[in-house]
Design a protein around this ligand. Sequence first.
Ligand SMILES: [Zn+2]
Ligand SMILES: [Zn+2]
Length: 583
Amino acid sequence: MKKLHLLLPVLIQLATAIQPSARDPLPNQQLRDLKWGQLNFLHTTDNHGWHAGHLQEPQYSADFGDYISFVKHMRRLADEKEADLVVVDTGDRAEGNGLWDASDPKGNYTRNFYHKLDIDVITNGNHELYNKTTAQNEFDEMIPYYNGKYVASHKLVTKNLGLKITSFGFLFNFTGNYNNTRVKAPSVVIKEDWFHEAISDKDVDLFMVIGHIDVEDHELSMVLAAIREINPDVPVQIFGGHSHLRKFVQYDDKSTALESGRYFETVGFLSIDGLATKAKKAAPKLNFFRRYIDANRVGYQHHTGTNEDTFDTPEGLEMSTELTKYRAELGLDRLIGCAPQDWSLNKDMYGSPNNWYTFLEETVLPKVVTNKDRHDIPRIIFINTGSQRFDVFKGPFTYDTSFLVSPFTSKFRFTPNVPWEYASQLREYFEDDSNPYFHTLGGPEREGPRPQALKSNSFRVNQRQQNVLVNGAPSTIVPGYTTCDDFGNDGDDTVHSRIIWHFAPKVIQGNASFPDGWETSPPEAVDVVFMDFIGWNVAAGLNEISGNDSYRAVDFQPYMGEEDTMTKLLLDYVEKEWRHDCV
Ligand SMILES: [Zn+2]
Ligand SMILES: [Zn+2]
């Protein structure tokens, strides 16, 4: 009977906090606590517009309003403990969710409601810089608002302990930015006078580097080395982003780096103890602690000692209500069709019936990528797997879902009459290509761990569950993050069962309008159709395979209309091919 009493307030709260169609995670999951230090941090990164939370995944269902309440309670706790809390975000707030992508201009709501978060330091990622208007609006609406907290470089003094922190913002050596912006690589910045001057300041208790850079990337080590050259003993705390993974690295005994996943699934917590303060000498050894918090209300309440009655703050509730309103204005819940099954990007092996890429190349691409004048000409259609961002769940596929799955505005281009001998080798060329082509050509991050960094294990959570006994009491374990990092495998705040991650190829290929029996007698020539994002790679590949220099990306012609982005083609497909009464 006791449980029923507990459930009641949860149901009442659903009307006001988190989004109306979202659900709290399954009860009785085993949580690991936070360990507070003198200096504590909350870190988010690569939210990619998911500020309304994950409506179909209860484990990550907290929205931005819930986060605002969480931050407020954490600040109160810091005061009570006479400790300090610093809240940071390392960029890629843009692109990947209808809440950002469906507004005009893109990100219109997000930039404004982000201002309501009490944040200490913030920087941008690559996704704030691809698009001309987005970059301009970031400059006009975000940078002035944060008045120095949007770093390049910023000095802050913490509230309770008076620690002096100098922070720097960095972005990896990114070259896909729109030409109204300029990106300076870390290797360049660390040689500049202003940087040298800032790190020569002796009146600093801790340097903080917030970078939209993978914490295992050498660019961050380079920044640390530059600081260490002048400051061998000052603690340096780094926060990274861009890999979309949960990661934690210890560089030396006074320096660590945390990276807090993606899509508003994870809030990173980091604490440092043993720092010298006005009242206290430095401990012989600094103690670092990290925790990856699953972004849901149950965890937020657990870590702040609150409950359904005491957790929500007026600011948080107001934000949740505003988000519901914005989503309604954008028509994000509009039903387009009903997905007949689950498909995953990496949870199911490429080639299996539940793999989204396999479904795209075998079924969707041949059907939707067409040109009425060339429809009968055999064509191979390439899209880079990085263009697909999220799993599809059985049930309602809404206007919003199209942005979650395929948010990019790339168009289809083609080159006609490519000898089959060349075209048929392209796919292998892409896989073998050593060019770092997901970053330097200005595309989305490639999802998933790289072979040399196979430490974290990303995935999505489904509703399958196990009940196990933990310390004699029944506990629910759902599949989720089981991260292994430099401090071991107990960093996740929720105990999960592991999900296996399968690699996807770089590029997938759909074949269309091929004659019967083409496998034994292939056509002499085909149209090679591709997302413009990989046009440069197609040209390079065809040149290398054919042994001449006749293919140039600038010569490639549109295959479909400007409006025919993958997002739109997917919407058209779902509308036409799937049922409209989801059961
Ligand atoms: Zn990102
Ligand atoms: Zn990024």
